[in-house]
Design a protein around this ligand. Structure first.
Ligand code: FAD
Ligand code: MG
Length: 295
């Protein structure tokens, strides 16, 4: 069977794209490996109507509503290979074999590569975050650390005083110049230039190599983000974002490869649940228009 559309990634972006196509009575196959980016957090914030909900609950409700449509099929699996074929596209999964479709939507999100600091990974999503809008409010104006992974930490450091007393830990990654120092001072940010040894304790206490420990309620840092290998296999053009590459798309969310669409974190410089849902609408409609105009 050749599906109208295969959507790789069945989280917020993929579900939202699928919903538009299902409502147009198109056949849709969603293939999802179930590794949502926000699975480390207990609550999701900033998405209207779902603020404070569990990330899994939002996705599960979307999934159950989508699966009410009879033209939608779901396969829990990981797509290893995707390629263009005369009929459209073919994908090979880890466990369930090959599937074919006329159009492909990549809603594969990103993978966060975290700074290699002892105690950081196990606090990701509970005490260590990347997005102040998502998790800053819950720190109750407590003590906040910004852990630099590049000079872009300035961005975090200047924002975070709105959420609590902020210390920038430069960790030897960069040295603020005179103008940056003045900006930090204006925002009341303290700066510590020592190398970071580890994060420890019940919350997110940060220890420097010189032995000093800073009691913190939360830490903000920037991961490097990695997109799916499928994009490269298909030959999709990339754009360079502040944390890593993302898929370049046009106004219909088609990539540089005709028939391949993309939505959500994988095609944004910086994403969120709300943006993934919105971009999914555009990609779903974009793929539908493409089927109408080119069969
Ligand atoms: P994802 O939700 O990451 O889903 C991608 C899906 O594609 C996954 O299920 C994955 O397994 C699947 N997939 C990938 N490759 C393949 C493949 N080859 N084959 C099959 N399946 C594949 N945003 C907010 O708006 N509010 C918050 O409070 C918030 N908190 C966050 C907390 C943390 C710790 C992190 C890291 C992020 C948070 N975010 C938050 C951001 C949010 O998680 C993302 O913006 C959102 O998940 C993007 O949705 P998506 O559908 O594009 O990708
Ligand atoms: Mg998705």
């Amino acid at each position: 069977m050749v599906h109208d559309v295969i959507i790789v990634g069945g989280s917020y972006a993929g579900l939202s794209a699928g919903l538009q196509l299902a409502r147009a009575r198109r056949t849709v196959l969603v293939i999802d490996a179930g590794q949502r980016r926000n699975r480390f957090a207990a609550t999701s914030h900033g998405f209207l109507g779902q603020d404070g909900q569990a990330p899994e609950a939002i996705a599960a409700e979307g999934r159950s509503q989508l699966m009410e449509y009879p033209s939608v099929t779901w396969v829990q699996d990981f797509v290893r290979v995707a390629s263009a074929q005369p009929h459209g596209f073919s994908v090979h999964t880890e466990c369930s074999g090959e599937f074919k479709a006329k159009r492909l939507i990549l809603a594969t999100g990103v993978v966060d590569e975290l700074p290699a600091i002892e105690g950081l990974a196990e606090r990701w999503g509970t005490r260590v975050f990347h997005c102040p809008y998502c998790h800053g409010y819950e720190l109750d104006q407590g003590r906040i650390g910004v852990l630099a992974t590049s000079a872009l930490a300035m961005h975090h450091a200047l924002m975070l005083p709105d959420w609590g007393a902020t210390t920038l830990f430069t960790d030897g990654v960069f040295t603020p110049d005179a103008e940056q120092q003045a900006q930090l001072q204006r925002r009341g940010v303290s700066v510590e230039s020592g190398r970071v040894r580890c994060i420890q304790g019940e919350r997110a206490d940060l220890q420097l190599h010189d032995g000093r420990v800073f009691a913190l309620d939360g830490i903000f840092t920037m991961s490097r983000t990695r997109i799916s290998a499928l994009a490269q296999q298909l030959g999709c053009e990339l754009a360079e974002g502040p944390t890593g590459p993302y898929l370049h798309t046009n106004e219909t969310r088609q990539t540089s490869v005709a028939g391949v669409f993309a939505c959500g974190d994988t095609s944004l410089a910086a994403g969120s649940v709300a943006l993934a849902v919105a971009e999914g609408v555009r990609a779903g409609v974009g793929a539908h228009f493409s089927l109408i105009s080119q069969g």
